[in-house]
Design a protein around this ligand. Structure first.
Ligand code: GDP
Ligand code: MG
Length: 440
């Protein structure tokens, strides 16, 4: 997608505010990106309608292209929809606080139960009891018992022949008697959404009155995510969602779908098989994954926040006139430094990653950026304005001042010439933003 969207972004050259045509062109690509990321169709529709409305007429931040601006708006809205505030598991109730896990078989309920128990025990200093209500797979109860033993966390003793709601009651009883703060109920899933699973989950809920009902869902779930979340929410009532296998290569569209249809917060994400691989939900990370485009959004954000609009306008004016002196170059180098150095900048620009190698070959790194600023600092105002007067003796003095070799001064001057040429090219609409640097 990066490539395609990059193309669209480049073609949008309007100024000032976003036009309907700008937005529509970008929106077609966004729609495709969302579908590719497995966001459910109905969610894609409502989302793009919403964003379209916001984007048309929005002001374009100086130094940013309209297309990039659309992406920024899309990203912000995506984060808002995913839930910009990370919500913790609510333990604010009379102990033992029951928490119930639901979801399809293999979604990661048992693993998440152990992860959560570990976090609550180690980080929050709670006394946790885990109970497996999976009576269908003989190994399931043992799986939780093994996890508990490894972690030193108690599990409800296994009693053969009990029905899940009865086990839930027994777990709550044991929780009370044992003075536990939290009782985690790990239920049995099915391979598909079925009536039996829903009925059972509803019965367990009635038996234990869980304070939280968490839907555990694989982030690789595709279009089914909508039905899954809707069914569980309607039949059992959810308080939150846990997204597992974030470490896999799913695009995470399920997160948006589930959140959109249930309105329930995504509270946690599983990032691996081990019991410490549990994190609070980071909407920006998932939004980036869904859009799948390097990190153009943070580029736009950084550009908007760090570039001084006045200075940018002044440099742009000089560029138009074909003037770009060493003082301007210093400004640019510092701006680059602020934006995370060349490495950071490169990584954020889609389609430009191939240039990274050239840059590396040219030996330009962040340390060099700083050194170049230091070289320019050793020059007089006159020299900065008019680099042509820099002959051997002046170069020697500057090199001594900056603690470098004359050769390095020459390199800097060559780079300046390249940048100046590039600026001229850009002002005529040719060449990438970093073309001059790569030649240096
Ligand atoms: P359950 O049937 O819902 O209880 O699912 P399990 O907890 O037994 O998990 C099924 C498989 O998924 C196991 O092999 C887990 O190790 C694995 N798993 C669970 N969560 C994650 C995760 O966040 N990342 C990865 N890579 N694997 C996970
Ligand atoms: Mg299980």
């Amino acid at each position: 997608l990066s490539e395609k969207l990059g193309g669209i972004l480049d073609r949008l050259t309007g100024r000032g505010s976003l036009s309907e045509a700008d937005v529509d062109a970008a929106m077609r690509e966004i729609r495709r990106a969302l579908l590719e990321a497995d966001v459910a169709l109905e969610v894609v529709r409502s989302f793009t309608d919403k964003v379209r409305e916001q984007a048309i007429g929005a002001t374009v931040v100086k130094s940013v292209k309209p297309g990039q601006m659309v992406v920024k708006i899309v990203n912000d809205e995506l984060i808002a929809m995913l839930g910009s505030d990370s919500q913790a598991i609510d333990l604010n109730a009379v102990p033992p606080v029951p928490i119930m896990m639901v979801g399809l078989q293999g979604s990661g309920k048992t693993t998440t139960t152990a992860k959560l128990a570990r976090r609550m025990t180690q980080r929050d200093k709670r006394k946790v009891l885990m109970a497996s209500l999976d009576v269908y797979r003989p190994a399931a109860m043992e799986q939780l018992a093994v996890l508990g033993r490894d972690l030193g966390i108690d599990t409800l003793p296994i009693v053969a022949g009990q029905k899940p709601p009865d086990i839930a009651r027994r777990a709550m009883e044991a929780g009370k008697l044992g003075g536990y703060d939290v009782v985690l109920l790990d239920t049995a899933g099915r391979t598909t959404l079925d009536e039996e699973m829903m009925t059972e989950a509803a019965e367990i809920k009635a038996a234990a009155s869980p304070h939280e009902v968490l839907l555990v869902a694989d982030s690789l779930t595709g279009q089914d995510a909508v039905n899954l979340a809707r069914a569980f929410d309607q039949r059992v009532g959810l308080t939150g969602i846990v997204l597992t296998r974030i470490d896999g290569d799913g695009r995470g569209g399920a997160a948006l779908s589930m959140r959109a249809v249930t309105g329930k917060p995504i509270k946690l994400m599983g990032t691996g098989e081990k019991t410490d691989a549990l994190e609070d939900f980071h909407p920006s990370r998932i939004a980036g994954r869904i859009l799948g485009m390097g990190d153009i959004v943070s580029l736009v954000e950084k550009a908007a926040s760090t570039l001084d609009a006045e200075k940018a306008a002044a440099v742009a004016e000089k560029m138009r006139k074909g003037k770009f002196d060493l003082a301007d170059m210093r400004e640019q180098l510092q701006q680059m430094s602020k934006m995370g150095g060349i490495g950071g900048l490169m990584g954020m620009m889609p389609g430009i990653s191939k240039m990274k190698n050239q840059i590396a070959a040219a030996g330009i790194d962040d340390k060099i950026l700083k050194r170049q600023v230091a070289i320019i600092d050793s020059m007089t105002r006159e020299e900065r304005k008019n680099p042509d007067i820099l002959k051997a003796s002046r170069k020697k003095r500057i090199a001594a001042g900056a603690g470098i070799k004359v050769e390095d001064v020459n390199k800097l001057l060559k780079m300046h010439r390249n940048m100046a040429d590039m600026m001229k090219a850009v002002s005529r609409g040719k060449g990438g933003p970093m073309a001059g640097l790569a030649k240096a």
